[in-house]
Every structure is written in C-alpha cells, then in structure tokens.
Design a protein around this ligand. Structure first.
Ligand code: NAP
Length: 338
C-alpha cells in the first residue's frame, strides 16, 4: 500500500465532489496530496479541505499527471475524455458517472456486496447508480440467505440526484410559487416544487427510462445474477436530498418475516428503523447527511406468499455516490490493490 496517496477529485465543485471532500476529511484514507479538478469555469476558485484552502484547477493532461487515485464525478462525457488519460498516467480511477458501469472489464462495486470484484480492475472502477446502490445494500443480506426471484421497485428521487443546480432550482421554484410567480425551470423540464414527475432521463422504445434500466442492469451485474427479474418506476419528488424506494421483493420460497428483520438489523450499511405504534419509518429528511441506508416497514406481501414489502431512504449523494466511492478506495487499500 502507498504510505500516502496522491488523490485527485474530478468534479470537485459539484454536489458529489464537495461531498467527497467532506467524507475524505472525516475518514482515514491516507492522503499525501489532494488535487481539486473541475472545468475551466472553476479554475482559480478555492475550496476548503479539512480547514485548508486548496485551489481548483482545470482538468487537463498535465493536471492528471502523478496521481495514485482519482475520484471522478463530472459526468459521463468528462469521464470518457479524461479517465483513460489519468489511468495511462498511473492512477486508479473510481468513476461516479455511468460511462463505464456496464463494460465487462470494469468492476461495478458496492463494498458491502461485491468487494471481491475489485481485484479484476484494469484501472477504472465504476461506482453504481445511486438508486441501485441503496437498493443493493438493503437487499443483499436477504438475497444471500434466500435468493431473490423478482423485484418490483418504485422510487421517490430527490432533486439533488440531478446535481447542485437542480437543488437550487427546487428552492427557487418553491419561493416563486409562494410569491405567486410562475416557477422557473432549467435543470428540470417541469416544475418540481409542489409537484412530481416520472424520472426525467431518456426513454427507450420499451417505455423504460434510463434510470430504470440502470437499476435493472446494474443490479444484475453487482449481484452476479444475469437472470434476476426486476422492474422499476422511477419518479422525481420535491425532496431536496435523499432518495426513497418502495420495494416488493419476491423470493423462490417464503421468507419468514422475523428472520428477514433480524438479518436487516445486523446488515452492514443498513440502519433498521421501525416503530409501528408511532407509524414511524425511514424518511428522506432524517437520512440526509447520514451514511447508512435506512430500511423499515418490512412486511409480508398479502398478495404473494413468497414476497416481502419494504421501504428505504438513503442519502444518494453520500452512500449513493461519494461515500461508496471512498469506501471502494478503502477496500482497495484493505485488499492490497493500491
Ligand atoms: P454537479 O453538481 O452538476 O457537478 C458537476 C461537476 O462536474 C462540477 O464540479 C463541474 O465543474 C464538473 N464538470 C462539468 N463539466 C466539466 C468538464 N467539461 N470538465 C471538468 N469538469 C466538469 O453534478 P453531480 O450531481 O455532482 O454529479 C456528477 C456526476 O456524478 C454525474 O455523472 C452524476 O450522474 C453522478 N452522480 C450523481 C449523484 C447525485 O446524487 N447527484 C449520485 C450518483 C452519481 P464546474 O463547477 O467547473 O462546472
């Protein structure tokens, strides 16, 4: 293991990038040098890391030299342009974008689920889609004991999933509406404040949006179950931060409720939250800024003996992106792969 890593954060000024900086400051990844990279628009800005001001530099072949590790969250086209150059220059890249996730030679990793896949990396490691990470952390402990046959997911996705500008847009729209003005839209196609709409990613000719297909394809890759049956409906809701998901999970046999609850109460990365008397279950507001995936409202599906219903909330900028990426780096160190 390197004694101290020379780490680059590409997309350092964005929603995920700033969260990565906060998480790096809190955890114990050994960092010898930290380089903040973004677009030329941000060059010259200063960001604070662990109390120290650091300059933001424009990403270029020069600013990618001499890194051991690069954590990228600047979008798929930026990753495609710059990560091969960073890897060629000697870095291992952990990418938050969708650019490389489904490539056969790129591990797609949730450290609580498939850390062993990291050993096959060839320079680039992909961080899964945020909604997929939250779902796989919650379902893996069950799937390991009694394999899952089919998942039906409905998601309730916050504005922050679309980045820092989308969060600000939701706040501005709420103010517009409360002042009696028409809400302005730019990051989203429709007003999100006091509204919701099916996920705004491109639709395929079968009627599924890209976010739904990511949940399907990425879960199969992470679980190593190419035949897993999964369907999803993804929806944007006027929540600032933290996604929620309602999951109907069918197994090949009945899954006793007490056993499932016990497994989830002990699962890595899961906080099991249920108070049936108070009707108190996970909420995005309470998941915001927190590390675990909050799971609760676990119950037998009344319509299918082999199925359970559950509800989860998780901070998708944190566990759904930044934290998962840093945990991948920690797992690389623990496995002696960097
Ligand atoms: P964001 O808030 O819009 O931030 C985008 C970042 O990328 C900014 O730092 C921006 O720098 C940088 N960037 C944009 N164009 C660039 C270019 N040509 N060259 C270099 N840097 C460039 O977006 P985000 O929400 O953080 O998302 C970033 C990535 O993470 C996306 O691929 C997204 O799909 C993925 N992701 C996001 C979430 C989430 O919950 N938000 C979850 C999982 C994965 P400037 O400030 O200089 O423009």
């Amino acid at each position: 293991m390197a004694q101290g890593l020379r780490v680059g954060v590409l997309g350092a000024t964005g929603a995920v990038g700033t969260e990565i900086l906060g998480i790096l400051a809190q955890r114990s990844l050994p960092i010898a040098d930290l380089r903040l990279l973004a677009s030329p628009r941000s060059a010259g800005q200063t960001l604070t890391f662990a109390g120290t001001p650091l300059p933001v530099q424009a990403v270029s072949a020069e600013t990618l030299q001499g890194l051991d590790l690069i954590l990228a969250s600047a979008g798929a086209s930026v990753s495609r342009q710059w990560l091969p150059i960073a890897v060629q220059a000697g870095a291992i890249a952990i990418d938050n974008s969708s650019a490389y996730r489904m490539e056969a030679n790129v591990p797609l990793v949730v450290p609580e689920v498939n850390p062993q896949d990291l050993k096959d990396h060839q320079g680039i490691i992909a961080n899964p889609n945020c909604t997929t990470i939250l779902m796989t952390v919650a379902l893996w402990p069950l799937h390991q004991v009694r394999p899952i046959r089919r998942i039906i997911a409905a998601t309730y996705q916050s504005a922050s999933g679309a980045g820092a500008k989308a969060m600000q847009e939701l706040k501005d729209q709420a103010l517009d509406i409360l002042k009696g003005n028409p809400p302005r839209t730019a990051a989203f196609p429709y007003p999100l404040a006091f509204n919701l709409f099916p996920h705004n990613s491109p639709l395929n000719d079968q009627g599924y949006c890209q976010e739904e297909m990511k949940m399907i394809n990425e879960t199969r890759k992470i679980f190593h179950t190419p035949d897993l049956r999964l369907s999803a409906t993804c929806v944007r809701v006027p929540v600032l931060r933290a996604h929620s998901e309602a999951l109907n999970v069918e197994f090949f046999e009945p899954f006793p409720l007490a056993e499932a609850r016990n497994l989830l109460q002990q699962a890595a990365g899961v906080a099991f939250v249920e108070d049936w008397e108070r009707n108190y279950f996970p909420m995005p507001l309470e998941a915001t800024g927190k590390d675990p995936v909050f799971v609760g409202r676990l119950r037998q599906d009344l319509s299918e003996p082999n199925a359970l219903e559950l509800w989860l909330c998780g901070d998708q900028i944190r566990k759904g992106a930044a934290l998962n990426a840093v945990q991948i780096a920690e797992s690389l160190i623990a496995q002696g792969l960097i």
